[in-house]
Design a protein. Structure first.
Lengths: 211, 444
């Protein structure tokens, strides 16, 4: 059993890697389940020993990868509080917000035999919950788009503005309307607690989606 | 049927938003799969009748014969409810339909069904078929002993190659042993049987041979073993008489040998083989068995031609801690001046040959060499203390030191020892009384 602290960079990197991989799968799955893009561009791939739907569209994939590449340093330093996938209608009003609340424990004791497989099991459960989330959500209007928001500290925001992690991929402070929704109801989907990371997934859904 | 299960299913589906498959239900509730299927059907039926709050979606497993790509095949597929009728019409005799899963959400693809069962099966991996309806009476897991036996057989059968020895001297005993081995081998696959029988024969025969104490190298390749076996065939017969001379030891050893297979039945032949190999390696240097001199020269002549080089190699390897065997080889042809010393040397050399041959089999467990120091007066009247390897018959149950009879057989000069080492010592003692390299290891 090894006890690592937050200052241990390896630990932060490990968590960031795991989370970013997971978020990539989750984003693809949300896009598939919520029919943001036609199902034809999705292909079954294997992750965490179960089949998942991933997009084949190169630009979409590149966009998601670049986004997560910028988010990773924040997760490493435990500065990312929430990662939010916002689905917006044609008028760019959010209709749904998939919120991933992330918190990392300050101290970590690793027993490496079971830890990663346990985390994998938990992530599998989250993936499964995303797959069936359309049972509790209303259908979205056609022509939706999506974006990714990260809730973080102001210092980190300034850093991100200064240092472009990826060229020509700037991050901006989000508009108020993208952040908050009117008349939303909260639907919890899954809570995941592990030694590495704690994550909560819930959906904020606008009461009336079709205006 | 107890109605509680309906509440359970209701809770799973509505409160937890869980996909309830029949397999997941059977593992969760601990019921047979057919019962789980019936439960699901009842629940679905009741919900549809009640016109319940939220619409439920179900998937069905349909199996039957259908024509696909021009050929008749048995098709099993999981279909959504809306596709069920369509699938039923496509199958000519529909053999079975049952509810596969019930859930609130509409299933878009099969990966969710797979994911649902994945963790449930993984948690119950050792007994995930406990509630299954598929059974095969013949499919019984092997017991740990059987598994070990098979593993050992596989390990030993690869290094050992079957080499049918040309030995017929101990045919009767060999047959008994083969029968025993067959009894053991009856447990294993046929293809292993022949190999093991062959190796058994080799082993048993080697055991019998006191004279050719098995002094093979531990890791003797089988190819050499076969050559050696053939080579060995001749001395065996001749040495039978010699063995009988050493009545006690041979009798004991043979009885022990014959007993040995009995003892070794289940604990696997390969174990026996391994033990023999170990003992053989221990008994390398031994071989006090002095055959009659008359037979030696014959041996030497016939065998020298064949395996001289291999023997030399073997000798050298065996003689590592001792003085070089090559020295002995050189000495023996050279032959010290006196006749007496010459004969022991030749004896020694002849002895060494059979001992070498036997070892390639590597399975003799009866002989081992024990280092003993002997004090004797050599021809020049000098007292010589020599370290001598004496062969000692040895077995698991019976540790019989047979050094004494061998001493008696040895001619007068106490230097009679097998091994080049003794010969070398004699030569060296005569010449310069130089302490041999083995003096370092002398026991005093």
């Amino acid at each position: 059993m090894t006890t690592l602290t937050r200052q241990d960079l390896n630990f932060g990197q490990v968590v960031a890697d795991i989370l970013c991989e997971f978020l990539e799968v989750a984003i693809h799955l949300i896009l598939y389940v919520r029919e943001v893009y036609p199902s034809g561009i999705f292909q079954k791939k294997k992750k965490y020993n179960v089949p998942v739907q991933m997009s084949c569209h190169p630009e979409l994939n590149q966009y998601i990868q670049d986004t997560l590449h910028c988010v990773k340093p924040l997760i490493e330093k435990n500065e990312a509080e929430k990662v939010v996938i916002v689905i917006m209608d044609k008028e760019r009003h959010p209709v749904e917000r998939f919120v991933f609340e992330i918190s990392q424990p300050p101290l970590l004791s690793i027993s490496s035999e079971t830890l990663l497989s346990h985390v994998e099991q938990l992530l599998r459960a989250v993936i499964l919950k995303i797959s069936v989330c359309d049972a509790v959500l209303d259908n979205n209007p056609p022509g939706c788009t999506f974006t990714v928001l990260v809730h973080t500290r102001e210092a980190a925001t300034r850093n991100m503005e200064k240092i472009q992690v990826i060229k020509d991929f700037p991050w901006m402070v989000a508009d108020e309307q993208e952040v908050h929704m009117q008349g939303s109801r909260l639907i919890p989907l899954k809570t995941m607690t592990s030694d590495l990371v704690k994550m909560q997934l819930y959906v904020e859904e606008r009461a009336q989606k079709t205006s | 049927m107890d109605e509680l299960y309906l509440d359970n299913i209701d809770e799973y589906i509505h409160d937890q938003n869980q996909i309830v498959t029949y397999k997941w239900l059977s593992l969760s509730l601990g019921v047979h799969v057919n019962l789980a299927k019936q439960m699901l059907y009842h629940y679905l039926d009741r919900c549809r009748k009640d016109g319940s709050k939220t619409p439920l979606h179900a998937t069905y497993l349909v199996s039957g014969k259908c024509v696909q790509n021009g050929s008749l095949c048995h098709k099993v597929s999981v279909v959504r409810e809306d596709k069920l009728e369509d699938m039923k019409t496509r199958m000519d005799p529909t053999i079975s339909i049952h509810v596969y899963s019930i859930q609130k959400a509409e299933i878009k693809d099969s990966s969710t069904l797979y994911s649902t069962d994945y963790d449930a099966v993984r948690d119950n991996l050792k007994h995930c078929n406990k509630y299954s309806a598929i059974h095969c009476a013949a499919a019984v897991p092997m017991s740990p002993t059987e598994l070990e036996l098979i593993q050992e057989i596989q390990q030993t059968s690869s290094p050992e190659k079957v080499s049918k020895s040309g030995l017929t001297g101990h045919a009767s005993v060999a047959k008994a042993n083969v029968k025993k081995s067959q009894g053991i081998m009856g447990m294993f696959a046929n293809k292993n049987t022949a190999k093991n029988q062959g190796s058994n024969i080799e082993v048993k025969l080697e055991k019998k041979d006191d004279a050719p104490s098995v002094e093979t190298l531990e890791s003797k390749p089988a190819g050499m073993a076969s050559a050696v076996n053939n080579f060995f065939g001749k001395p065996t017969k001749k040495q039978d008489k010699c063995i009988k001379k050493e009545a006690e030891s041979s009798a004991q050893s043979s009885t022990v040998e014959s007993k040995h297979p009995k003892d070794a039945e289940l604990p696997s032949k390969s174990d026996d083989v391994k033990e023999k190999a170990l003992k053989d390696s221990k008994a390398k240097r031994e071989k006090k068995d002095v055959r009659s001199k008359s037979k030696r020269p014959e041996l030497t002549d016939s065998e020298d031609e064949k395996t001289e080089s291999s023997n030399k190699k073997k000798r050298r390897r065996i003689k590592k801690p001792r003085s070089d065997s090559s020295d002995d080889d050189e000495d023996s042809p050279a032959k010290p001046t006196t006749v007496t010393t010459g004969s022991p040397e030749s004896q020694v050399k002849e002895e060494s040959l059979p001992t070498l041959e036997v070892f390639p089999e590597g399975k003799k467990r009866k002989r081992r060499r024990v280092l003993k120091s002997k004090t004797s007066v050599d021809e020049e009247g000098c007292i010589v203390t020599e370290k001598v390897y004496e062969s000692e018959s040895y077995s698991e149950n019976d540790e019989v030191v047979t050094s004494q009879p061998k001493r008696s057989v040895l001619p007068v000069p106490g230097k009679k020892e097998e091994g080049r080492k003794s010969a070398k010592r004699q030569a060296s003692n005569k010449s310069s009384k130089q302490v041999s390299i083995m003096g370092f290891f002398q026991k005093k």
